[in-house]
Write a protein that binds this ligand. Structure first.
Ligand code: T5A
Length: 223
């Protein structure tokens, strides 16, 4: 593997459904590579082979298979531990910029707040699962869930059978509103790490803000 000429940077993208995370990650990876950065893009749940298997259990499993709230959290965390050990940490050790679609903040917002397991309790479990590893910077894509869900439902997702919404997306609107409020709380709690992006803006404007934040962070972490 080639050695990079810049410091590693661990960037996560967070937000509700259809807030533009995958779109932004794709554009960021292209722009950063053009600027000479060594970039790895990845996602949660998923990233590793085990994580991708767990993703199917979590999002696209048969409707008659029950997944309790705590089992759901532990499955996300199992996928994350493997992802971190097998993919993210080795990439950071090689000096790469890692762009990860969702990470611990999703567990805190979805399982901690929206499922009701408790935000602080889930934050502690995430710290244990990640042995304290945390992103350097997080882009929080903030938009009304009605808009995000509408965008998602219009998008035919290759990973979902026949473009159907997945198990968590299909939760009621109040669930997604709880996720948004929890993410806003997290952004207030960790202002040095979590940067809020207005995801109701046109895509190009939203993307420009994301790129600025990441370039600033790269400058701060420059070797
Ligand atoms: N989850 C995940 C948990 O509950 N706990 C956890 O710990 C973790 C890690 C993951 C699900 O798992 C849950 C959260 C999720 O429910 P997923 O399929 O990975 O499932 O879901 P998302 O991450 O939400 O992915 P989506 O594809 O639904 O949303 P994105 O990536 O945020 O949005 P994107 O980029 O695909 O955009 C959707 C559409 O909107 C358009 C795009 O072009 C695209 O068509 N768009 C815009 N259009 C106009 N203006 C803008 N500003 C736009 N931004 C995007």
């Amino acid at each position: 593997m080639s050695e990079t000429k810049h410091s590693p940077l661990f960037v996560t993208l967070e937000g509700g459904e259809g807030t533009g995370k995958s779109t932004v990650i794709e554009r960021l990876s292209n722009d950063l590579r053009e600027r000479g950065y060594d970039v790895l893009t990845t996602r949660e749940p998923g990233g590793s082979k085990l994580g991708e298997q767990i993703r199917v259990w979590l999002l696209h499993h048969k409707p008659d298979v029950k997944v309790g709230d705590y089992a759901e959290l532990l499955l996300f965390l199992a996928a994350r531990t493997q992802h971190l050990e097998e993919i993210i940490l080795p990439a950071l050790n090689h000096g790469k910029v890692v762009l990860c679609d969702r990470f611990n903040d999703s567990s805190v917002a979805y399982q901690g707040a929206a499922r009701g397991l408790g935000m602080e309790a889930v934050e502690k479990q995430c710290e244990l699962a990640c042995r304290g590893v945390s992103p350097d910077i997080t882009l929080f894509m903030d938009v009304d869930p009605k808009i995000g869900l509408e965008r998602t439902r219009k998008t035919v997702k290759a990973s979902a059978s026949e473009g159907q919404v997945d198990r968590i997306e299909s939760e009621e609107l109040a669930f997604h509103e709880n996720v948004l409020q929890a993410m806003r709380l997290l952004a207030k709690k960790h202002p040095e790490r979590i940067k809020t992006i207005d995801a109701s803006q046109p895509l190009d404007d939203m993307y420009t803000h994301c790129l600025e934040v990441v370039l600033d962070a790269l400058e701060v972490h420059r070797v």
